[in-house]
Design a protein around this ligand. Sequence first.
Ligand SMILES: Cc1cc2nc3c(=O)[nH]c(=O)nc-3n(C[C@H](O)[C@H](O)[C@H](O)COP(=O)(O)OP(=O)(O)OC[C@H]3O[C@@H](n4cnc5c(N)ncnc54)[C@H](O)[C@@H]3O)c2cc1C
Ligand SMILES: NC(=O)c1ccc[n+]([C@@H]2O[C@H](COP(=O)([O-])OP(=O)(O)OC[C@H]3O[C@@H](n4cnc5c(N)ncnc54)[C@H](OP(=O)(O)O)[C@@H]3O)[C@@H](O)[C@H]2O)c1
Length: 258
Amino acid sequence: MAADAQKVTEVIHWDENLFSFRVTRPTTLRFRSGEFVMIGLPDENGKPLLRAYSIAAPSWADELEFYSIKVANGPLTSRLQHIKAGDEIILRPKPVGTLVHDALLPGKRLWLLATGTGFAPFASILRDLETYERFEEVIVMHTCRKTSELAYGAEIIESLNEEPLNEIAQGRVHYYPTTTREESKYMGRITDNISSGKVYADLGIAPIDPASDRAMVCGSYAFNIDVKRLLESLGLREGANSEPREFVVEKAFVGEGL
Ligand SMILES: Cc1cc2nc3c(=O)[nH]c(=O)nc-3n(C[C@H](O)[C@H](O)[C@H](O)COP(=O)(O)OP(=O)(O)OC[C@H]3O[C@@H](n4cnc5c(N)ncnc54)[C@H](O)[C@@H]3O)c2cc1C
Ligand SMILES: NC(=O)c1ccc[n+]([C@@H]2O[C@H](COP(=O)([O-])OP(=O)(O)OC[C@H]3O[C@@H](n4cnc5c(N)ncnc54)[C@H](OP(=O)(O)O)[C@@H]3O)[C@@H](O)[C@H]2O)c1
């Protein structure tokens, strides 16, 4: 294999816009659950075309997993969406990111707030035993436009009922998937469902308290800004690797003009 090449072992298409895939893990790669790396394919001139991707697998996994959008004219994903088992991708083994336990102060409940593919780092965090050692409960709010966009997240939540996670995670994860442009059990934006108290009422849980609640946020630029403002209004402060606090934020993608 070429330098930094990893072999694709599995690809799953969740709907017309979303897929997940697994690749071999470089033996030397160490990462913290929630971090991202640069992955990609060679362009038409053979030069690496790389994009940031959250590692969706937990830090203990033998293989790496990624969860990806298919952007119609996207330089990388218009081609990446066609990979199949046996193909190779490029992976730069330099993990970084702020959605990590080290950037949060100790607490009792962890809120994972994501829109769209922003769920990817939380697929890692949710499958990490350390999450359940650090927190008593985990509340997962995932919002998409359509129900089909919630399928990958729902499967990850379902997988928590299997070994080795079932013993530690059972009964401690509250899952609150919502849609905004299609009917489903729970509806509405994450910001609205927290501000109105609907999520607390629906799940039968106490409101966010800065003394004991911690949060990780991953979505579009607009989503991240709105959630940051909301959490700050509730008394939580944004943290970083160098300065752990009550919540951390990372972009799920770089939007046009941002
Ligand atoms: C820190 C970080 C982590 C990321 N992790 C992931 C990940 O785990 N999974 C993933 O699919 N993408 C992720 N991205 C986005 C990713 O880097 C690429 O932008 C994406 O793969 C599309 O690449 P592209 O070359 O096809 O199109 P680009 O030219 O990169 O993007 C074209 C346009 O598509 C839209 N777009 C791009 N990515 C997304 C997305 N994920 N969701 C919704 N709209 C999008 C934006 O409007 C963007 O301007 C991440 C980005 C950052 C900054
Ligand atoms: N998903 C699709 O079917 C679709 C189709 C065509 C094009 N696209 C394009 O693909 C890109 C990404 O689409 P996406 O659906 O992954 O992401 P998105 O537009 O950010 O929407 C994802 C979810 O986040 C919610 N949301 C958006 N901004 C928010 C905010 N500031 N606060 C709280 N919640 C917020 C949306 O609710 P609302 O519905 O209320 O906005 C939606 O449920 C966009 O450029 C979009 O135009 C997506």
